[in-house]
Design a protein around this ligand. Sequence first.
Ligand SMILES: CC(C)(COP(=O)(O)OP(=O)(O)OC[C@H]1O[C@@H](n2cnc3c(N)ncnc32)[C@H](O)[C@@H]1OP(=O)(O)O)[C@@H](O)C(=O)NCCC(=O)NCCS
Length: 415
Amino acid sequence: MSDNDEIVLRQWREDEIEAGLRFLTDQFLGTWHDESVGLEQLVFESERFIVMADGDDIVGTAGAYSREVTVPGGAGVPVAAVTGVGVSPTHRRRGLLRRMMTHQLHDVHDRGREPLAALWAAESVIYGRFGYGMAIRRSLVKAAVRDIPLRADLRPEPAGRFRRLDPADAVADMAAVYEQARGTRVGFLDRPGNWWKVKIWDPEWERGGASPFRVAVWSVGKRPQAYALYRVKDDETRVGPEGILRIEELIGVSAAAELAMWDFMTSLDLVRHVEMTNAPLDFPVMHAVTDARRVSIGTGDTIWVRLVDLDRALTARTYSAPVDVVLDVTDPVCPWNVGSWRLRAEAGKPATCERTDAAADLSLSVGELGAAYLGGTSLATLAAAGRVVEQRPGALREASIAFLEPNPPFCNDFF
Ligand SMILES: CC(C)(COP(=O)(O)OP(=O)(O)OC[C@H]1O[C@@H](n2cnc3c(N)ncnc32)[C@H](O)[C@@H]1OP(=O)(O)O)[C@@H](O)C(=O)NCCC(=O)NCCS
């Protein structure tokens, strides 16, 4: 076996997309499908994808897409959307991931475009050590639709019309709704270029035995108000009906529009069960139905956030309440973040974040700031877990309230 210093970190070339994807398919216990190459070609950014090469063999991969994420206050902030991370079982636990993660974070810093990185973690033990914090959590929803009618006083009576479309014909309407929603939904990613094609990519092996994607759009006049991207699964009992509705994405320009679409979808004939594997953590529908306990909700994490340039990240968002705290920050990978920073802001106004010699109010690592950044994880909760230490009485409450958002962040883009 080669020494570590013979393993070279280099660019993942365009002509190696297939080799790299085949390698990753193995690491993720998947089954190879040729069509995956065409999908990746739509969004591949070779200048920011890397491999670890042992001679001619690829033994590690990592990459990043250039996206934007909506942060508290509504700005779309550039984010390195980290993807394609894997190391061969033959080379594991020898520091290859550490080399790639360190290289990548330094590269993002040097490029200067993105103050943040974000990823979906295959395992929650992996990325904390590189300064990522669990920032977005999801609900996994299951219910029998007949058990959860909306409360009569909340039931929308929408004007306008519902249409059923094939996904490719619905992209313009979906994008119009999504773009309107994105500005107010913390955690949403932009979908430039080919990202809508990725969203509606629908090979048979991804369907879990259900139908191809379908789309329902609700419009008033010419203006689309809400859509649902979904699958249905036929009743297999034949004594039913017991049809299953799997909602991949349900988005409206307002809360009322989303409820109207929910009501429409859950009253489809023959459908008796609804499932959503990625719904917002606070899942507002649960509070609109007659019997909330009939909605079964599990939770899990989705997006982990990493502040690459702490000061640029913390000033890109706004805060829910006035805040003036000195943060004493450690960072295991990015030395430029280490030290004391004074964060000051009025509620909803631009913030400043500057180096200071003043005494620390809170001691924490960059990972806690990543977890709290999108307003979904309370610094007070992290303090209760022993991960944030309050040095000035009152500072924890002040900072916790300032960082939190009224609704938890949500992201419906897998990358
Ligand atoms: C996860 C994975 C990329 C780790 O690669 P690796 O090269 O073995 O990681 P490293 O040797 O650089 O490990 C760095 C540190 O993380 C730890 N670590 C890495 N992966 C870990 C895991 N899955 N579970 C527990 N600890 C892990 C190592 O023990 C090491 O700890 P240390 O810094 O305290 O010594 C690799 O095991 C893999 O490809 N797994 C399958 C695919 C996957 O999960 N990819 C991640 C996608 S988000």
